[in-house]
Design a protein around this ligand. Structure first.
Ligand SMILES: [Zn+2]
Length: 390
């Protein structure tokens, strides 16, 4: 008896350990089952979700695009028929209110929805890629599982995002023909899968730099990009997936009116066949629009911060725009809160004031306490001299 109970007592720690590991095992299996169920419901949702293609037309000024679209320019006698066909005529205004009107801050912002303060990309001088996990691509791979969605990225310029999880990424692909040909090839290859793609055409921007914004050459490259839109749409129709594919054509920034640069060119556009898009908005607003389309949360997820923009499918749920934030000029947009003043998107660069150009009649700006004697961002010498000139 005595020996037996000693033996038993000796075995207690062992029994506890066995029970504990059994319990851990049960918890693990239960959470794995939960994860599998969760992934199954995400996959079921994905099966009903659209393919999405973002087509970038780099550096296309809103006014110039519109003049070409409306056939007002002699070299644009045909207009932009494919953009017109995609949208049934309505092209939305997109405006840059955060980060420079340049490529390096532009595309990452469009492909993530983060402000420059969060991404760390303010201008072309900054590190040229988003932090890991920030882009729509990575979020989709994480949420739906690597094997369930195909992410594609072909850029005539840089990559701008963390590329580890992207299924196909080609940067520096070169001119429009190279990017377009690769886009068609990839659509053909992945027509039977659910895909999210970004195709960046850069010739518009290059042409603006070389021949200036008002040049015939600039119009010609925009027209060329419209032709590539047609080829992409035709390919989607041939492969039978056009009806289940949403296309968003947009730009990263505009062009300084009549100039060969885009120092303060915040006026861009968005053309889409997404029937849920009801308004223009901010460069930050496309990513949340797409994340919402795929059922992903816009809030913080672990280490990944909340997205900053608002989906273009509704008016942002703000009674008014708070201090320091941007007011965007579209029908029924929220206005500056009562004690704030609307100031312009003017920039102060190299000792000079640069007015924003390329978006005639656009009243977008910032809501600030301009006049309170303190010069606070985004106030500067040009848009709030009363606070910032001293
Ligand atoms: Zn450029």
């Amino acid at each position: 008896m005595y020996f037996r109970s000693v033996t038993f007592r000796r075995q207690i720690p062992l029994l506890v350990a066995i029970l504990f590991s059994l319990l851990l095992g049960i918890i693990k299996v239960t959470s794995e089952i939960k994860e599998i169920r969760e992934l199954q419901s995400r996959k079921a949702f994905l099966a009903t979700a659209p393919n999405i293609i973002i087509i970038g037309w780099d550096g296309v000024q809103r006014d110039h695009l519109w003049e070409c679209f409306q056939k007002e320019l002699p070299e644009c006698k045909k207009g932009l028929p494919n953009m017109e066909g995609l949208t049934s005529g309505e092209v939305f205004d997109i405006t840059v209110t955060n980060g420079e009107t340049e490529t390096t801050p532009g595309w990452p912002q469009i492909l993530s929805g983060y402000s420059a303060e969060v991404s760390g990309i303010f201008s072309n001088d900054d590190q040229p890629a988003l932090p890991k996990g920030f882009s729509i691509f990575e979020k989709l791979e994480e949420y739906f599982g690597e094997d369930n969605i195909v992410t594609l990225y072909v850029s005539g310029k840089g990559a701008y995002i963390n590329n580890e999880r992207i299924d196909y990424l080609q940067e520096s692909a070169g001119n429009n023909s190279n990017v377009g040909a690769k886009a068609l090839e990839l659509i053909e290859k992945y027509k039977d899968k659910k895909f999210f793609a970004f195709f960046l055409f850069k010739d518009s921007d290059s042409s603006g730099h070389k021949f200036k914004e008002n040049s015939v050459e600039y119009s010609e490259k925009i027209f060329d990009e419209d032709q590539w839109l047609e080829k992409i749409i035709t390919k989607l129709k041939e492969t039978g997936v056009y009806e289940e594919t949403l296309i968003y054509v947009t730009t990263d920034h505009g062009f300084d009116e009549g100039q060969d640069k885009h120092q303060n060119a915040p006026y861009g556009f968005l053309a889409t066949n997404d029937p849920l898009v009801i308004r223009g908005g901010d460069r930050k607003d496309l990513a949340p629009t797409i994340l919402e389309r795929y059922g992903l949360s816009l809030g913080r997820q672990g280490n990944i911060p909340a997205v900053y923009g608002y989906p273009l499918s509704s008016i942002p749920p703000l009674s008014c725009i708070p201090e320091g934030e941007a007011f965007l000029d579209y029908p029924n947009s929220p206005k500056c809160c009562q004690d704030l003043r609307l100031i312009g998107l003017d920039k102060f660069k190299d000792g000079k004031c640069l007015l924003p150009t390329g978006g005639r009649g656009d009243g977008s700006g910032y809501c600030t306490k301009c006049g309170d004697g303190q010069c606070q961002k985004p106030e500067n010498k040009c848009n709030c001299p009363v606070d910032c000139s001293g």
